[in-house]
Design a protein around this ligand. Structure first.
Ligand code: AKB
Length: 339
């Protein structure tokens, strides 16, 4: 008999850490974690099995398919926006190839179990794209279907994977004699920049905000790679994890779409620094602008409209800009660095 499991790819990443510990707190006993690297010691106690391997390895996925009865897949593995620009083809292979391999696994699992497999896909504000800063200023807040013209490989990958998820949910093998829609129950959130107190992102372009605060706590000067007036939406990691769990547990009948915007606050880089100064008056930030990375952030919206997520599945962030610092970031980051 196959073992019951929920599968998490990219388990060692920032979202993986938070998601695995939250699922563990909710007494989830059947987490199978997949990552390229051996599992971080911080999560090994929370998982049933850690598999070191590549989401592009179809033999490995076949092995996993034979061994487990998977009810939910959280496909978190991806190359982020800055990293993807240095190796666009690798990014496409990993971000798109990995997503479709996991969708195929979901289909096989659904057929063998006779029930839909839930599939969570973290999308991003990178699916949006403005061609100029002026266009961004003229369109300060975007709904899900507006300006989906990504300017990065990562954004293209995310937008296409959203479409793949919708196709696998509604139209997969639509010409087959026994066409069965709904094998995959795909659910996706377009995340803003995420800020965690216990991990630092690698390879993203929204990284300036988490890097700034982690540097300040450690008493290190930070060279911010975007202008002080740069603005995009952000959210704390606990809110990101809460949103994943809420969406995955939402009643399917209430979901009017498969891909949702969510947001919490949208400070400029300078407002972010000013807030840090309230807690670390000696914090040092200089602005050493990387024009190419700046252009990527300028192509992303200042704010997104998350009213559909609020209406459909009750989305509401716990932390606004003030409480994010006061009750989450400052106390937890201090603890993280032993202060
Ligand atoms: C990145 O910067 O690439 C990510 C994102 C906004 O999706 N954090």
């Amino acid at each position: 008999m196959r073992k019951r499991a929920i599968l998490i790819t990219g388990a060692n990443g920032e979202i993986g850490h938070g998601l695995i510990s939250s699922l563990h707190q909710k007494h989830e006993q059947n987490i199978i974690a997949l990552d390229l690297q051996p599992m971080d010691s911080k999560i090994t106690g929370y998982i049933k099995e850690g598999i070191v391997g590549n989401i592009l390895d179809k033999n490995l996925l076949e092995q996993i398919n034979g061994e487990y009865a998977i009810s939910e897949i959280y496909h978190l593995a991806a190359l982020l926006s800055t990293r993807a620009e240095f190796s666009p083809q690798v990014a496409h292979e990993v971000n798109v190839g990995g997503t479709i391999n996991l969708l195929e696994l979901a289909v096989k699992q659904s057929r063998s179990q006779g029930q839909a497999v839930k599939y969570f896909f973290p999308s991003s504000i990178a699916v949006y794209g403005f061609t100029s800063l002026n266009e961004k200023i003229l369109n300060p807040i975007l709904k899900e279907d507006e300006h989906c013209d990504p300017q990065t490989m990562y954004g293209c990958n995310k937008l296409y994977c959203e479409k793949l998820g919708i196709y696998y949910s509604h139209h997969y093998q639509r010409l087959a004699a026994e066409f069965t829609p709904g094998l995959v129950d795909f659910r996706s959130i377009r995340f803003p920049g995420l800020i965690s107190a216990s991990t630092i992102p690698t390879g993203g372009t929204s990284d300036y905000a988490p890097e700034m605060i982690h540097a300040a706590v450690q008493g290190k000067p930070y060279a911010c790679f975007v202008r002080p007036d740069t603005i995009i939406p952000f959210m704390t990691m606990p809110d990101a994890i809460k949103s994943i769990l809420n969406l995955m547990n939402a009643d399917k009948q209430k979901l009017s779409r498969l891909v949702y915007n969510i947001t919490a606050f949208h400070p400029t880089a300078e407002e972010f620094f000013d807030k840090i100064l309230n807690y670390f008056s000696n914090a040092e930030v200089s602005y050493v602008i990387n024009k190419k990375r700046q252009a990527i952030v300028d192509s992303w919206p200042a704010e997104v409209d998350d009213s559909i997520a609020r209406a459909d599945w009750g989305w509401k962030p716990e932390y606004d800009f003030q409480s994010a610092f006061e009750t989450y970031l400052i106390p937890k980051i201090k603890l993280h660095y032993g202060q």
